[in-house]
Structure formats: structure tokens, C-alpha cells
Ligand binder design. Structure first.
Ligand code: ARG
Ligand code: ZN
Length: 878
């Protein structure tokens, strides 16, 4: 906590470490009233450092220093300086052993960084800078050491003691205590250190690697969750196989462990050999988890597992390089999910997140490049830009090189940098060296923030039978960055003839054989492309499969969009055409009167989707979702939220009323019966059924109500049970609403993950008011110390119940500011994330913007603001 301004860290100030640590010997004495940490480091001067001062500086945070010895001799007070966040020893030899003893209080650690307690167990989160909350250490990822860890604790309370690597020794101690010693043979940065101690049940399985090694797989969970491990275990095995098949990466330790923890700031953490997960991202059963949760678990288990190579074997030199591991790993997990389910649906989901949230970030006050050049608090840079845009950047390299050269590049990257801490530039260099391609311009994607706008205009020359595209790109200014250079953009496209058939594309002056799809490479501000032999004006299908993270500006007509919706061979663009059409219709109603006509062709397009069973049902399920309010707001220049909300609701009601029969038929056609399976077909069926139900309840349909109540009672899985609950909660059947909410809570109150769903259905409901959200915060199950609860009530309210959050009287803004001020004292990381919606104040029309700004100012003016919230609030107000 601080009152003065936090320091800014700059990439340009990066220096190699003055001292390296080869080995770390840790001994943890865990007690109820605290923990004593004995750390012995084998330190030597870094021959590559220019710093020859002989001064050693170690990072620390909230530590009580109990002992300090250099080569076995106690250091006198004059021989070192404990500055709290830094331990300085002004004169050290070239090579020495350093023993540091610290006392910490995990039971009082509400920040959930370092070593803390979560429902009775000890656990750690060290990325990015949590290790310094455990002991004094050079807490930076380019210091890599071998760790040996001995954990001592009460045997009855903490029978399971885990750390990275292999368990090499265990035994009993006096007073009912015991110990286990772990050794990790791989040098690693301290952010990958982990420790767990608790009363956990163990689930075992095994995996035989491509070279025939048998890996011991273990999951550790609280006894009540013992029956919720199968899906994660299964996902893990599929990830291990996939990484061998697709990237040639084999697992390297003999044991791989996963632990589920209830109190966790993020989704999960890839600690070497000991991944720690937020319970909500790993535990699942048919009865308690929705399809979306199952899919999220599969993706996150894969993500953390894939980090073993992209992150652990090859790690980041400094935190500016975070996307080196995160962007690449998100790209990898996204391909994995695509391979496990529907490729098109996965792409739609990724792009939806990117366009709704990352584009908003890129256009807001916290916009930063994929490789930032400065930060105050690194925790604030675990962003959609680093993760999702970073993944898009890697994906574009994949598109430019093609799968084979990309694989050559990743092989070279892993081989060249195994055991090293490197930069995003090293990654690009490996891709260049393996492929022979010049990616000089492409590197701008790492350096320039902001979402490029690609403007496309076309002209058809009937006499020459030539179709011309004029493409122009600009990259908008972002805080601290103006006058940007053009980006290297792979722009995939196709052209459709009047009959809906794809044309063979032949560029004037280009020898490439005609193809139905081309990836144009944009590297300049403007390009013109001429396609020859075009017999009639075609309909362009642009940026297929969303080949680059850009906004496309093209004057679509509704005819063209309707045409693409039913003819584009690119599934993604077919969906996107539907989204654009719906956006256009909704936007046109924002300023129109209540009785303005709603585009009849939208109704017929949706009717077609609902009734043509020959269509890919997984795609249909996606196409039926109207663009979210958040996306509509993102697209608008000065959004008026209430009007957007009303226009969108009007369209939904209109569609539901006009298509009532079709919706009922769709509901019945997809009304399962069969056993619960997680295939993309079955998931599509459940999505369709629950979408239909939601629309029927939206218009208060009596038959829909009966169906929902029955589905709620009879569902044999959480997807359908929650689908019915959500439909009723979002309806005007107030009595039913209260009844099902009660029944649901009574049945599931002992399961925190289900209670989180129960919270979010209410806080995210557009029928819910701020008063109801405040009431949820008074509920016995709400817990300020549990990030999942905070997110599912406060985060979901501000992120999804947009009409209430943006209430005209500013109450939603004041509410959020109040919660942020409250939370900042206990958990700054979560507090800083919660602020996000307010940071966008400049985008909104004046009254709202001013109220949001005023709310931000009440946070700014709080005494002792954390570094995390300080950075976000001050940058937003700057
Ligand atoms: N590396 C983790 C991942 O798999 C995220 C850890 C983030 N931790 C944090 N304190 N911000 O993405
Ligand atoms: Zn990650």
C-alpha cells in the first residue's frame, strides 16, 4: 500500500542480472500462525553483467527477516540493508552461499500472491512477482535455478505435501509433524515455483509418452470434489498426446500434478510439474458443470500443460515478453480445442472475445502493444492484448508460413532456446530462420498498439471483366503512440458469383494458379488488387476466418450480407455476415421510433436457420445468438446504452414473436432424452434448445414457461438446468423466478462452483436491479475473500447487466467504485480488474462519461491505493 507514485519499469532499462542463482534449497516450516522459510542460495556473479560493483540486491515484499548468513556466517546489521521491498548486501564475493530466513503469515495473505491459505490448505501463486512474498530473492524470470524444497507440517492437518519435480525423501518429525522433500531437475525461474500442503484426496492415472515413458498423472482435490476430476484428467491426456502429434513435444518429468484451489486470482498456473487451478477451471461433473465449463476446463488444462514447453522449458527474459509464452500458448490451446470440437465454432468464440473485449482494451486508456514497453504493476498486463491479440499474432505467422514451415519454426525455437529466458523477437527470428521469410515488418504487431482499420472499396469493370479491390489501412493513435506504420496483414478472401458459387481467383499480373481463396499480404498503407476474368460483379467474402485482428470497413448492403449468410463457404464469414446484418438492423433502430419497421428479411433469415436441418447445427446455434450489448457498445462511437439495449431487446422480441412456432419446433426437435455427451453435436443441440427457450420466455410465452419449469425439474445435467433457470430469471414470471432460484440454491448450496453460477445468473440478468445485486452481496454465500464470488456478483453485473450498470442516475458507476475501493485493501489484483468498465469513460456520451469519471476520481482519492489500482485509475484519468 502506498500514497506516493509507484515506479514505472521500462523495457529500455533492461539489464542482465548482476548475480545468478544456480541452486535454491528451501525449507518451509508451516504452522497455523505463520510459516518460517529457510532459503539457501548458491549465488555467483554473472560474467555477462557490466555491473562489477559487488552489490547484491534481492526483492522482497511483506517479509519479516529472521536470519541472514553469507557462507555460513551471520551478517551484522551494518553489512546489509533491509529496505522492505529490497534486501541489499553492498559487498559480496564472486561466488557464495546465502541463507535467508523469513517469517510470513499465509493465513493473513488476502492478496493471494506468494504463499497463502485457501479453505484450510496452503498453496502458492508466484507469477508474476509472488515469490518475493515468500523470501528475499532475485525475483525475475531470467534468473533460473534448480530448486530443492523440503516442506514440514502437521501430519494430520496436512497429509499431502507437494512441490515441483520428484519427491525424493519423506519422514516423520516430532510433535505429530512430517516432511516431504521435492527436487526439480530443471532450472526454472522462481515464478514457476509451487507448494501445496493440505488434506487432499489423490486421483491417479498415467500416460505413456511417444518414447514409451510412463508418466504418473495425479490430481489433488478436496474430498468433496473427488468425483469431479475425470474431465480434467481426460483433457490432460488428450493435451499430452496432441502436443506430441502436432508440435513433437514430449513431457519431461516423471510426475505431472494438478491441484484445485478455491481462492485463486486467475484461471490457473503452469508451475513446473505442479499446475495449480482455480477450482472453477478444473472441477466438473455432468450434474454441476455446464457445457461451457467443460470446454473451458479442457482449454485451460491444455493451456497450462502446453506451457511446459512454451513457457517453462523456454521462458521469458523479462515481463515485457509475457506474450512470448501467453500468446503462443493461447494459440496452441485454441488449435487444440478446435481439433477436439468444431473448428468454426471455436473460431467464432475466439473472435467474439477479441472483438468485444480486446478491441475495447486496444481503444481505451490502457491500450498497450503485445510487447509493452513500460508498466507500473505487471499484474495489470495479464491482458486480452497479451493473451488473445498475442495469439492472433502467432496465428498470423502460422497463416503466412503455412503449417509445415510454422512447425519447422517452432522446432527451431524450442531447440535453439531450450533452457533459456528469451524475447518475442527470438521467437520471430526462429520463424524467419526456419522459413526464409522476412518478418521485419511483421514485428510491428509486437510494437504498435491499437486495432488497425482496413478500409476496402471495390469496383467492377464490366468491359475488362476485372474486379478491383482498393485496400487502405490505418493504425489509430493510442496513449503514448502516434503516427504509426502500416502493419503486415494477411488478408484472406474469396469472391462469390451471383449463383453463390466461389470464383476461381486470378490476379492480374500474377502467375499463381487460380484458387477459390487467396491470402493477400498487405504491407503498405494502400494496395490495389485486380482480379481478372470476372464475368459479373461478385460478392466479396473478406477477411475469411478472421485472418487478422483488424476492423474491416466495407459498405455492405443487406442483400450482400443475406447472400453471404447462406452461400459463403467460409463458415466463419457466414456467421459474421449474420452478425453484421443484425448489428445493422439493431443500429438502425437505435434512433428510430418505437413503431419503426424491423427488417423483414432478418426474420426470414432466422426462420431459415431455425428450420433447415441440413445446416451445420453447431454453426446455426452460434448464428442464432444476437450480437451482445457489449459488442454493440464497442462498435458505437458514442454509445447510448439504454437505447442500444432497447433496440436489441425489440429485435429479439420481434424475432421471438414472429418465429414462435419455429422456436417451439426447434426446442422439441432438440429436446435430448439421450445420454449426456460432450460432442459438438450434442453441445449444439443443447445450445439450440436453450436459446429457443430463452427467446420464448423473453416474450412471456405461456407454453415456453411450462417447458422451462419442466426442464428445470427434469434436467439430468447442469447445462439444461441452468438454461431453464436463466430463461425463467430473465422472464417476467416473477413468482417462478423466485421459486426456481430458491430450489436451485437449496439443492446446490454446498457446491461453491454451482453457487457461483447461481450468483451470475442473477447479477447478469437484465431483469435484475442494482438493489438485487446488493442483496446478493449480503447473502451468506458471498465472500469478499473469494475472487470467484466477487467476479460472479460484481464483475458479472458491471460486465453483463449493462442497462443497469449504465443507469441514467450513475448509481451503477458509484456502486462499482465503492466495491473497488473496498476490495483494494485486501486484493489489489482483483480490484484493478474490476475497475475496467469505468476506465472506458471517454467513449460514452457526455452525461455517462462524466459520471464514470467522477466515480474513478473517488477511487483515485482513496488513501493508500495499491500500485495495481493506482496505475489503472491514473492512466484512465490522464
Ligand atoms: N501464467 C498463468 C496462465 O496460464 C497466469 C498467471 C497470472 N498470474 C497473475 N498473477 N497475473 O496464463
Ligand atoms: Zn498462460
Amino acid at each position: 500500500m502506498r500514497t506516493n507514485q509507484p515506479q514505472t519499469v521500462y523495457l529500455s532499462e533492461y539489464r542482465v542480472p548482476a548475480y545468478l542463482v544456480d541452486h535454491v534449497d528451501l525449507r518451509f516450516e508451516l504452522f497455523e500462525e505463520g510459516a518460517r522459510v529457510h532459503s539457501t542460495l548458491a549465488v555467483r556473479r554473472n560474467p555477462e553483467s557490466e555491473d562489477t560493483s559487488g552489490r547484491l540486491e534481492l526483492d522482497g515484499d511483506s517479509l519479516v527477516l529472521e536470519g541472514l548468513q553469507l557462507d555460513g556466517r551471520d551478517l551484522e546489521p551494518g553489512q546489509y540493508e533491509n529496505q522492505g521491498d529490497r534486501l541489499v548486501i553492498p559487498e559480496v564475493p564472486e561466488q557464495f552461499g546465502l541463507t535467508v530466513v523469513t517469517w510470513i503469515e499465509p493465513q493473513n495473505n488476502t492478496r493471494l500472491e506468494g504463499l497463502y491459505k485457501s479453505s484450510g490448505m496452503f498453496c502458492t501463486q508466484c507469477e508474476a512477482e509472488g515469490f518475493r512474498c515468500i523470501t528475499f530473492f532475485p525475483d525475475r524470470p531470467d534468473v533460473m535455478a534448480r530448486f530443492r524444497t523440503r516442506i514440514e507440517a502437521d501430519r494430520a492437518g496436512y497429509p499431502v505435501l507437494l512441490s515441483n519435480g520428484n519427491d525424493v525423501e519423506r519422514g516423520d518429525l516430532e510433535g505429530g509433524r512430517h516432511f516431504v522433500t521435492w527436487e526439480d531437475p530443471f532450472p526454472k525461474p522462481c515464478y514457476l515455483f509451487a507448494l501445496v500442503a493440505g488434506d487432499l484426496v489423490e486421483k491417479r492415472d498415467s500416460f505413456r509418452t511417444c518414447t514409451g515413458r510412463e508418466i504418473d498423472l495425479r490430481m489433488y482435490v478436496e474430498p468433496r470434489n473427488a468425483d469431479k476430476c475425470d474431465h480434467a484428467m481426460d483433457s490432460l491426456k488428450r493435451s499430452m498426446r496432441w502436443d506430441e502429434d502436432i508440435y513433437g513435444r514430449e513431457y519431461d518429468l516423471d510426475i505431472f500434478m494438478i491441484v484445485a484451489v478455491d481462492d485463486f486470482n486467475m484461471g490457473a498456473m503452469e508451475n513446473k510439474g505442479l499446475n495449480i487451478f482455480n477450482s472453477s477451471c478444473v472441477l466438473a461433473s455432468q450434474d454441476t458443470a455446464t457445457d461451457a465449463t467443460f470446454q473451458r476446463i479442457e482449454a485451460i488444462v491444455a493451456h497450462e500443460y502446453f506451457h511446459n514447453w512454451s513457457g517453462n522449458r523456454v521462458t521469458c527474459r523479462d515481463w515485457f515478453q509475457l506474450s512470448l509464452k501467453e500468446g503462443f500458448t493461447v494459440f496452441r490451446d485454441s488449435r487444440f480445442s478446435a481439433d477436439m470440437g468444431s473448428t468454426t465454432v471455436k473460431r467464432i468464440e475466439d473472435v467474439t472475445l477479441l472483438r468485444t473485449a480486446q478491441f475495447a482494451e486496444d481503444g481505451g486508456p490502457m491500450a498497450h502493444p503485445v510487447r509493452p514497453s513500460s508498466y507500473m504493476e505487471i499484474s495489470n498486463f495479464y491482458t486480452l492484448t497479451i493473451y488473445e491479440k498475442g495469439a492472433e499474432v502467432v496465428r498470423m505467422i502460422h497463416t503466412l508460413l503455412g503449417p509445415d514451415l510454422f512447425r519447422k519454426g517452432s522446432d527451431l525455437y524450442f531447440e535453439r532456446h531450450d533452457g533459456q529466458a528469451v524475447t518475442t523477437d527470438d521467437f520471430v527470428k526462429a520463424m524467419e530462420d526456419a522459413s526464409g521469410r522476412d518478418l521485419t515488418r511483421f514485428r510491428r504487431w509486437y510494437e504498435q498498439a491499437g486495432t488497425p482499420v482496413v478500409t476496402v472499396r471495390d469496383e467492377y469493370d464490366e468491359a475488362r471483366q476485372v474486379y478491383r479491390l482498393d485496400i487502405h489501412q490505418t493504425v489509430p493513435d493510442t496513449p503514448g503512440q502516434t503516427g504509426k506504420q502500416p502493419q503486415h496483414i494477411p488478408f484472406a478472401l474469396g469472391l462469390l458469383g451471383a449463383d453463390g458459387q466461389p470464383l476461381a481467383l486470378k490476379l492480374v499480373g500474377d502467375d499463381a494458379p487460380p484458387a477459390e481463396q487467396r491470402v493477400l499480404e498487405l504491407t503498405e498503407a494502400s494496395h490495389s488488387f485486380e482480379f481478372e476474368g470476372v464475368a459479373a460483379r461478385p460478392v466479396p467474402s473478406l477477411l475469411r476466418d478472421f485472418s487478422a485482428p483488424v476492423r474491416v470497413d466495407y459498405p455492405w448492403t443487406r442483400e450482400q450480407l443475406l447472400f453471404l449468410m447462406s452461400h459463403d463457404p467460409d463458415g466463419f464469414n457466414r456467421w459474421d455476415a449474420g452478425q453484421r446484418l443484425a448489428v445493422d438492423v439493431i443500429e438502425s433502430l437505435v434512433d428510430a421510433g418505437e413503431d419503426a419497421e424491423i427488417e423483414p428479411r432478418l426474420v426470414s433469415a432466422y426462420r431459415h436457420l431455425l428450420t433447415d436441418e441440413g445446416l451445420d447445427q453447431a454453426l446455426v446455434a452460434k448464428m442464432l445468438q444476437l450480437p451482445s450489448e457489449a459488442y454493440l457498445i464497442e462498435l458505437a462511437a458514442a454509445p447510448r446504452v439504454q437505447q442500444i439495449y432497447r433496440a436489441r431487446t425489440r429485435v429479439m422480441n420481434h424475432l421471438a414473436a414472429a418465429l414462435r412456432e419455429e422456436l417451439l419446433a426447434c426446442y422439441h426437435r432438440n429436446n435430448g432424452g439421450a445420454e449426456y455427451r460432450l460432442t459438438s453435436d450434442d453441445i449444439a443441440r443443447r445450445t439450440l434448445r436453450n436459446t429457443a427457450l430463452g427467446w420464448l420466455l423473453e416474450i412471456g410465452d405461456a407454453e415456453g414457461r411450462v417447458l422451462a419449469l419442466r426442464q428445470f425439474r427434469e434436467a439430468d445435467n447442469m447445462t439444461d438446468r441452468l438454461g431453464a433457470l436463466r430463461a425463467l430469471v430473465n422472464s417476467d414470471y416473477h413468482e417462478d423466478r423466485e421459486q426456481v432460484l430458491d430450489a436451485f440454491y437449496q439443492r446446490w448450496q454446498d457446491d461453491p462452483q454451482v453457487v457461483e453460477l447461481w450468483f451470475s445468473v442473477q447479477s447478469g440478468s437484465t431483469r435484475g436491479s442494482l438493489e438485487q445485486v446488493r442483496a446478493l452481496m449480503e447473502h451468506a454465500a458471498f465472500d469478499w475473500k473469494n475472487p470467484n464470488k466477487v467476479r460472479s456478483v460484481i464483475g458479472v453485473f458491471a460486465g453483463q447487466n449493462l442497462a443497469a450498470f449504465h443507469a441514467e442516475d450513475g448509481s451503477g458507476y458509484r456502486f462499482l467504485a465503492e466495491q473497488v475501493r473496498h476490495l483494494d485493501a485486501s486484493n489489489p489484483q482483483i480490484a484493478a480488474r474490476l475497475v475496467t468498465p469505468l476506465t472506458r469513460w471517454r467513449k460514452f456520451a457526455s452525461v455517462h462519461g462524466e459520471q464514470m469519471k467522477a466515480a474513478l476520481e473517488t477511487i483515485r482519492d482513496r488513501e493508500g491505493l495499491s500500485k495495481d489500482v493506482y496505475e489503472v485509475v491514473h492512466k484512465s484519468l490522464a
